[in-house]
Write a protein that binds this ligand. Sequence first.
Ligand code: URP
Ligand code: ZN
Ligand code: ZN
Length: 480
Amino acid sequence: MTSLIRGGTIVTAEQTFRADVLCVGGKIAAIGPDLEAPAGAEIIDAGGQYVMPGGIDPHTHMQLPFMGTVASEDFYTGTAAALAGGTTSIIDFVIPDPQQSIMEAYKTWRGWAEKSAADYGFHVAITWWDDSVHKDMGDLVRHEGVNSFKHFMAYKGAIMADDEVLYNSFSRSLELGAMPTVHAENGELVFQLQKKLLEEGITGPEGHPLSRPPAAEGEAANRALRLAEVIGVPLYIVHVSASDALDEIKRARAAGQRVYGEVLAGHLTIDDSVYRNPDWDVAAAHVMSPPFRSPEHQAALWKGLQGGALHTTATDHCCFCADQKAMGKDNFAQIPNGTAGVEDRMSVLWTHGVGTGRLTMNEFVAVTSANAAKIFNIYPQKGSISVGADADLVIWDPEASKTISVKTHHQNVDYNIFEGMEVTGLATHTLSRGALAYKDGDLRAIKGAGQYVKRPAYPAAFEALARKAAHNKPTPVKRD
Ligand code: URP
Ligand code: ZN
Ligand code: ZN
């Protein structure tokens, strides 16, 4: 398959310039002005538009079994929706049950993901600890291309990792050159607050944010950061939603720690008033963790993204329909946690980021694509427009507008948290490994066309840490 993108302006995380892009066999073969079209090449007119690296959403949960049900979006429908919005890769999560072999769980998720229409990788969650987990982490890194491990500090009684698990897994990650990541909320505190609120008669979705205050996030972020500091391993904190956690990241970075923060398009643009909506279904549709926060936290998150304390944007795409949310009709703690967004992230961030002057176009590419590729070690194969890179590209019309709606979205869920939002800046074409997967409203996603992307361990970053550890190695006191 050969295609030539003509007449566009290339925007990467580093630069903006006019050039054509030739894609051959799924890779970028040439970049330059007025490229010759090889015989049989498909010509794509990008005149007046931007050509950018396809988005990478580093946080999705397709068909996740969770809280007694299974997320409604599968790997095909979810990646197809992603392509419609200009996202060409996702990093999803393998989440083993406690005591389940993490390798067995990984293989199960790999099987589910074979129907993906876009490229994908996996973070693997460490939900328990024994020697088999220690061994399988090594095999996942060395043989399977997994370079990040996830730890849920919330969801007590289910998948929560306690400090012992965190210590063991962070230490093992350091040995392997893999990135530990955390969902930072104090799960014990959330559990106790849920109980108290229910006893006080608060059973509706308004109880959800009350049971998960910003301080619970700040405490967990600080605990994870301090563990990572002592162990000497980098840390990536997913879905930072509160200034309490952001401040901990800033403190750690200022102290020289290698730490990265992710923020969700939803947390940047939706506030906590949604939980007091008189319509139970609407309020419940917004139940996700951490919850949407007050406008003060949102303003802090934008500044964190602008100022470099937050590095990536994601969606935590985890869809549950109204009948699934209804499982928590009498108890907000049983409403399946999760909201959608993989299709809308790029447009929402362009509109509220570039459109408002908060982000430059190059910063937009950094936070929607390049930074995730760098942090998770798949750059420049992904996240760049360079010769030899995968031809994962989005052609972007900065003037095109639409109103986001459940009536027109491609996501397999019956609610859209961005419903009614007017966005300006849309994908007109999305290329996945050089194949046109979306063109002007025509979604051509192919089931199974997505490929698993292996992510190697990080020798360079971890060598620096190993040198630092050797330098600071304690010595015993010599006594007679
Ligand atoms: O509410 C959420 N975020 N659901 C998915 C699981 C998680 O915590 O990431
Ligand atoms: Zn989470
Ligand atoms: Zn998540």
